[in-house]
Design a binder for this molecule. Structure first.
Ligand SMILES: [Zn+2]
Length: 824
């Protein structure tokens, strides 16, 4: 018995993994316990407004703000002149003695916190930052000049209540406090009215989410107005007034409400806007109205304004004005665009929803956007609704709009999105071409911005606090929609797979966790967009599986549509609805900055020993010979013709020269019999079955190099050519987050084990993902050493480029070689 157990133990001991000094002798290796600790201590305490399950609670509340705005677009002065009223409903349990308005246009004032806190590196524009070190771009200088030329920010008249009484106001940068004559009690409302004016920024020069765009060649403009009016600041159960100043990145946190907006614009303009057009008869021609009717049932987009009509329309200009009236219900913001340049196409979208069976998808763009805008834009709008609704809820609004408002990038508002990308015209021939990047950038940005109508325009997360809650969730769904647009869609630059695109960022050193306030994020794009998208992709395809993930995600969207979720509500709902403990996942991916890199280490193969010396000793002899080859010096001695003493004096031979250590003795046989006899019945049965089966026993080492605990999707390759997929859950790291050894018992021989063959977990270093290692194969290009440096003497011989058509004049001037020494 003792012998037996010692033997079995010996087998285990020889393969015991080396835990090295990963934990320096203190605590649990790799802080495994902390990585799997529950999140409760980090999350806000659940209560009656937000439950521990992640749903809105029985006492959930949110405020409401209804708007009535009349605004005139002064095209000559690039200026908005408006009259506005807001009805604010206090549905909170709190009495409010003041309310706050958000004045986003004040970010462009010379003394704004945003502008004064800019550092040199972001003093360019939103798109063109200056270079590294001391450098100054044309864009940065143009922006400086644009600020020099005009005053920006709101000019707001007296704020009055419904009775006409003037209320006390205090402007604090991008916020304005309005002191109420009487405290606003729960369940009551107040109406405020004021006039305001503001200059519209030149978006290309200043960098903004809205403004005007000037088209030099045709001397024409388009206006796309976003964050253009003073809006009620959100008052919430988790932070009170969300009046964190607008610094430019953290977007907005707003209240839902109804809008009635009259837009007075030059009479030849076409207007695209949040909401439903109320006076089509007054602003559209009968032809346009007839085309709209046709578009509702069309199989492809129908022009409401054709490219030719738009081209003709932009030629003249007019001094006459016309008012377009739009109403929008249950939206958290309102944006619009206006230009005499617009082509307009539309196509109806039907969905299985009794409340909103029909949505009109529309696109507005100048001729500069053609031919790709009429081909892709409206299709992309409808595609987005098809895919996003499957993951959330039916699109709830009457229209979904894409406007081509700038060269690249995009921005979202309820029902309307502003999107970039246009073809380029060759300077000489005028021939239009567009790059792969432009094509897929266009489709991608429209999906992304229309997707934002779901997140955060409906699932109303706090953008000023958490960028990832809208950008991350939205980028994830955008990625899903892009894969459903066409196969191999280059969703992330040259890569399709978000998990391949994210590894470089996750290995970089200047990182902050996803759970970082919007204004403090470094490496904004990967942090708030692609890393959360990558994380959700790992959750869906590996950790949870599609069935559990899709149900939980849909639950989150439906619990929080037209409400205001926080990160905890998302984390909790995903667990609550799926029954999967994801606290380790949120900790690693959302609260940490480690990356994924697991190495497949040694694989050791065994078969269960029969312990019968007559069977095992010969095998041990062979194994000994494999592991300990004869001394090389001995071989060389032999080659030199040297003989041993034993060879020269055979009489020195004895028992040990005839019998090696692996020759079986009767004592060995007796011990074996003794061992077998003393086995308990179950041990004997197990032993005999195992020996007979002859299965292969594998001990496989894994090293967690990146630090992030991760599930291990393995592909096991067998000697017979077959393969097996095997998913090791992340919980394998719960006692030791640095190195683990897995036991596999299989009835056929394994030849290799590969981790993450399908690129599912963002493993950063693929070279250590397979045992035995694979040789990387590629092509290598020979290069020439380049002669660098300025040859001033040669350069002096170069001809001056002539401006004229013939270079004759320049050619006639013979240059003399500057060989004479320079004269003082
Ligand atoms: Zn976005």
């Amino acid at each position: 018995m003792k012998y037996a157990s010692a033997a079995l133990l010996g087998l285990l001991l020889t393969v015991a993994f080396s835990t090295a000094d990963a934990n320096n002798g203190k605590g649990i290796p790799g802080d495994a316990d902390k990585r799997f600790a529950q999140l409760e201590t980090l999350l806000p305490t659940a209560g009656t407004t937000r439950t521990a399950s992640g749903a809105p609670g029985a006492q959930y509340w949110q405020q409401r703000a209804d708007y009535r705005i009349k605004v005139r677009l002064d095209e000559k002065r690039h200026r908005l002149i408006a009259t506005q009223s807001i009805t604010y409903m206090n549905r909170s349990p709190d009495t409010l003695s003041y309310i706050w308005l958000q004045l986003d246009q004040n970010i462009f004032k010379d003394d704004s916190i945003s502008r004064r806190s800019e550092v040199a590196a972001n003093s360019g524009t939103r798109r063109d930052t200056v270079g590294k070190g001391d450098s100054l771009s044309f864009a940065a200088m143009r922006r400086h000049q644009a600020f020099q030329d005009r005053e920006y920010g709101y000019e707001i008249g007296p704020v009055r209540d419904a009775s006409g009484r003037v209320l006390r106001t205090t402007v604090n940068d991008t916020m304005m406090r309005i002191d109420l004559p009487q405290p606003l009690r729960p369940g009551t409302s107040i109406e405020i009215r004021f006039d305001w004016e503001s200059n519209i920024v030149n978006e290309a020069a200043i960098g903004a989410r809205g403004g005007y765009e000037y088209f030099e060649e045709s001397d024409t403009y388009q206006y796309f107005l976003a964050q253009w009016f003073p809006r009620l600041v959100a008052y919430t159960d988790y932070t009170g007034w969300q009046h964190k100043q607008f610094l430019g990145r953290g977007e907005f946190t707003l209240e839902f409400g109804d809008y009635d907006v009259e837009l007075t614009v030059p009479a030849d303009h076409i207007v695209a806007s949040t909401g439903e057009l109320q006076n089509a008869d007054a602003v559209l021609t009968s032809t346009q109205r007839e085309r709209l009717k046709r578009a509702a049932t069309a199989k492809s987009p129908v022009f409401i304004v054709t490219p030719e009509e738009a081209k003709a329309n932009e030629k003249e200009g007019t001094d006459r004005m016309r008012t377009w009236r739009f109403k929008a219900q249950n939206v958290r913001d309102f944006a619009w665009a206006s230009s005499r340049k617009y082509i307009w196409d539309a196509m109806g979208y039907r969905q299985n929803d009794a409340a909103r069976p029909f949505v009109m998808a529309m696109s507005f763009y100048p001729n500069e956007g053609e031919p790709i805008w009429s081909k892709y834009s409206t299709h992309a709008v409808i595609h987005t609704m098809e895919v996003y609704s499957r993951f959330s809820f039916p699109y709830p609004y009457p229209v979904a709009i894409s406007v081509n408002s700038w060269e690249r990038g995009g921005m979202e508002y309820p029902m309307i999105t502003f999107n970039g990308y246009r073809p380029t015209a060759d300077e000489k021939t005028g021939k239009l071409t567009y790059s792969r990047n432009t094509k897929y950038g266009l489709i991608g940005v429209i999906i992304h911005e229309v997707g934002h109508i779901y997140f955060p325009m409906i699932v109303n997360s706090d953008e000023r606090q958490w960028t990832w809650m809208d950008e991350g969730l939205n980028t994830f769904l955008e990625y899903i929609a892009e894969l459903e647009w066409e196969e191999k869609f280059p969703a992330f630059g040259d890569k399709t797979n978000v998990l391949d695109a994210i590894t470089a960022y996750m290995q970089s050193s200047d990182q902050v966790p996803i759970m970082t306030n919007s204004e403090s994020i470094v490496q904004f794009g990967p942090n708030a967009y692609s890393k959360p998208a990558a994380a959700l992709s790992v959750l869906r395809e590996v950790v949870m599986g599609r069935e559990l993930f899709d149900h939980a995600f849909r639950e989150y969207a439906n619990r929080w549509k037209f409400k205001r979720p926080t990160p905890a509500d998302f984390f909790r709902t995903m667990e609550d609805a799926s029954g999967v403990d994801l606290d380790w996942f949120w900790r690693g991916w959302f609260y940490g900055t480690d990356h994924v890199d697991v190495a497949v280490g040694d694989i050791r193969e065994y078969q269960v020993s029969s312990q019968d010396p007559d069977v095992e000793f010969p095998l041990k002899r062979a194994e000994f010979a494999r592991n300990w080859p004869d001394s090389y010096s001995q071989k060389l001695n032999k080659a030199e013709g040297r003989t041993t003493r034993l060879e020269r004096y055979p009489e020195l031979k004895d028992f040990y020269n005839e019998n090696d250590a692996f020759v079986v003795t009767n004592k060995d046989r007796n011990e074996y019999r003794d061992f077998v006899e003393k086995l308990k019945p179950w041990e004997k049965a197990t032993f005999e079955r195992a020996v007979k089966a002859g299965e292969f026993v594998y001990f496989v080492d894994f090293a967690n190099i990146g630090g992030l605990v991760t599930p291990l999707p393995l592909t096991i390759n067998y000697a017979d050519g077959s393969t097996e997929d095997y998913l090791v859950p992340a919980e394998v790291w719960r006692y030791n987050a640095v190195e683990v050894t897995k036991l596999f018992i299989r009835d056929k021989r394994i030849v290799s084990i590969e981790l993450d063959r399908n690129h599912l977990i963002a493993d950063a270093d693929k070279t250590n993902n397979v045992t035995p290692r694979r040789i990387a194969q590629s092509r290598i290009e020979l290069f020439r050493a380049r002669d660098s440096g300025r040859n001033q003497m040669l350069d002096a011989l170069a001809e001056l480029k002539s401006k004229g058509k013939s270079g004759d004049e320049a050619k006639t001037e013979e240059k003399a070689l500057p060989l004479a020494p320079a004269q003082p």
